[in-house]
Design a protein around this ligand. Structure first.
Ligand code: PMV
Length: 335
């Protein structure tokens, strides 16, 4: 049995639009931080009889696209039994498809080609499941370049700097852990066709990216605060100005944004980021974490807080399945 895991990642400069919907090629580049605790887990075993077996949280079509790409590249059609589990809420705008598709692609390389596939190729498989999955394969602060070629050969990700360069905690405020009302791919396409702000959002991407990367390089928390919140709110303005609008925010989202702004007024460094869901991620220097958690616990709309951080623990092979998750595959699946 092969076990792998990969963490979720949170974009500081967001990916919100595709230049190719089949290949999941982004229209603009994005920049993210790879997390550590919020991980997806994959178990893969070879299977000689019967149909392919899947046990997964999430969208089976995404996983099938990753498997097909891995098979095509490795020319290995071995039947597999595959289990995918997330140790945090799925399909709630917490990037569970990014972590699960990254862990799956990483595991398929080991199962089908003994770990011999270059990471850039594994990233292509992961991208076909979920664009942002590419970023979960790399440690620390990661740039995913949109590229220009039709086949996506220049659409690559790389780590820009180690997490140790600029230590940041990420407090994930869970406001609603149910599935989001509209998936990100459908929402992006809706915005492309129906939002007057879609093009403007992409026109400012190069500038935003440059500011955010410089802020990380310079360890300039207040510059990162300004650019990350502005970029995140610009993405949500694209959604909310579409006809009909897409609004992922809930009461707890607004309460948490207000709390972050209030904490900043009190001199506590922190900023928020929100993806395709109501949940809010708060970034802060580790020395401010306990004060922020204390404050967030008093917000009625926040169900719980997951304490994570930007980390170098990207996708990796594991020696065993975590005890707290349901047992994946039956023991009669031989490795
Ligand atoms: O990779 P997808 O299809 O789950 O899209 C991710 C979109 C956002 O999370 C909203 C932004 C991002 O860059 O992660």
């Amino acid at each position: 049995m092969i076990y792998t895991s990969a963490p979720s990642n949170i974009a500081l400069i967001k990916y919100w639009g595709k230049r190719d919907t089949k290949l999941n090629l982004p229209l603009s580049s994005s920049f993210s931080g790879t997390l550590e605790q919020m991980r997806s887990w994959v178990a893969i075993a070879s299977q000689d009889k019967g149909d392919e077996q899947w046990m997964l949280y999430g969208d089976p079509q995404k996983a099938m696209r990753v498997l097909e790409a891995a098979r095509k590249f490795t020319r290995n059609t071995q039947q597999l039994a595959i289990s995918i589990c997330n140790d945090f809420p799925s399909q709630a705008g917490l990037a569970s498809s990014a972590s699960s598709m990254a862990a799956l692609a990483f595991g398929l390389d080991i199962a089908l080609s003994r770990g011999n596939t270059p990471l850039a190729e594994i990233a292509k498989w992961a991208r076909l499941g979920s664009g942002s999955a590419v970023r979960s394969l790399y440690p620390g602060f990661v740039l995913w370049q949109a590229g220009q070629t039709e086949d996506g050969s220049d659409c690559i990700a790389q780590s820009q700097c180690s997490a140790a360069h600029f230590p940041l905690d990420v407090l994930v405020c869970v406001i609603d852990d149910r599935n989001k009302p509209i998936g990100s791919s459908a929402a992006m396409e809706h915005c492309r066709a129906n939002s007057p702000l879609y093009e403007r959002f992409h026109a400012r991407n190069a500038d935003d990216l440059c500011h955010a990367m410089r802020a990380v390089q310079d360890r300039d928390f207040s510059a990162l605060t300004e650019i990350s919140e502005a970029n995140c709110l610009a993405m949500h303005a694209v959604m909310q100005s579409a006809k009909p609008p897409i609004n992922y925010f809930m009461a707890g989202t607004h309460q948490t944004i207000a709390a972050v702004r209030e904490l900043r007024k009190q001199g506590i460094s922190c900023f928020f980021s929100i993806d395709a869901g109501p949940n809010v991620k708060i970034f802060c220097p580790p020395e401010h974490t306990s004060q922020i958690i204390g404050h967030i616990h008093s917000i009625s709309g926040v169900m719980r807080v997951i304490h994570d951080r930007i980390s170098n623990q990207a996708a990796r092979r594991e020696t065993h399945w975590p005890r707290h998750l349901p047992c994946p595959l039956k023991s009669d699946h031989t490795p």
